[in-house]
Design a protein around this ligand. Structure first.
Ligand SMILES: [Zn+2]
Ligand SMILES: [Zn+2]
Length: 260
């Protein structure tokens, strides 16, 4: 399998997953051309994508989805309420490319399983991608990491986990009070500390590759996010690089590609 966050951050998200010929994107929240560029950088062609799975209707997750679906005739998968919320925002989509998710979806040899997240969107979700006996989890845009989510993702070998903000930077930063309150709520985004606590809860001794994703541009900094998580994990005896491969994602370019 091959995995790469093409872009991750509050300004746009799109994640590539491939197993043999079965290739998908989770979200397409940047202009289609930028996703094409990132795909060519990982030596892939967007025309081979068999489905785009949407986590929720915020523009940093859907900006390019209509364009890519029309250009390459790609089916778009989302649950019913997310379709209702995004339908008017992505332009005309061919009827046969409108796929409503009601249960896990098979794309060739992979199975894409949605799970509910707590976020201020119509019906947001994360995804577990099953391929062979391996699981990959996409877990961003959520205000709280519930026990249900811990259980879902604890045996994932690769996880893209939200590490959105530094609480102090957010509290003392330029955002209006209402927005700060929203981000800190159970329907907002999880902080660097909450991300580290989540990793501690799901660590089961098996080596994991964990990408820190969806960083805020205003209320976080990649070095600060990485260091915060690293210090908390190491204080509990987890060795970075040995027990957990901790990988920072990039907002404006592709992140590290994993081939397993
Ligand atoms: Zn987002
Ligand atoms: Zn969102």
């Amino acid at each position: 399998m091959k995995f790469c966050p093409l872009y991750s951050g509050s300004s746009g998200n799109s994640i590539f997953f491939g197993e043999g010929e079965d290739k998908i994107l989770i979200d397409a929240g940047l202009p289609g051309k930028r996703i094409d560029i990132a795909m060519s950088e990982i030596e892939e062609d967007t025309s081979n994508i068999k489905g785009i799975f949407i986590t929720h209707e915020h523009s940093d997750h859907i900006k390019g989805v209509g364009v890519l679906s029309r250009k390459y005739d790609i089916p778009i998968y989302a649950n019913e309420l997310t379709w209702k919320a995004m339908y008017g925002k992505i332009g005309k989509i061919k009827d046969e490319n409108i796929k409503t998710i009601t249960k896990p979806v098979e794309i060739g040899n992979i199975l894409v399983e949605p799970f509910k997240t707590s976020h201020d969107a119509a019906d947001s979700c994360g995804y577990i991608i099953h391929s062979g006996n391996r699981k990959t989890g996409i877990v961003t845009d959520l205000g709280i990491l519930t026990e249900d989510i811990h259980n879902k993702i604890k045996d994932c070998e690769i996880i893209l986990l939200e590490c959105n903000h530094d609480v102090e930077m957010l509290k003392f930063g330029p955002y209006p009070y209402v927005l700060k309150k929203r981000i800190l709520s159970d329907f907002g985004h999880i902080s660097n500390e909450a991300c580290a606590e989540g990793i501690l809860k799901i660590f089961n001794g098996d080596k994991k590759h964990i990408y820190l994703g969806h960083l805020s541009k205003t209320n976080n900094h990649p070095d600060l996010a990485y260091k915060t998580v690293e210090v908390i994990l190491e204080s509990q005896g987890i060795k970075i690089g040995q027990d957990i491969n901790l990988i920072m994602t990039n907002r404006d370019k592709i992140s590290k590609v994993i081939n397993l």
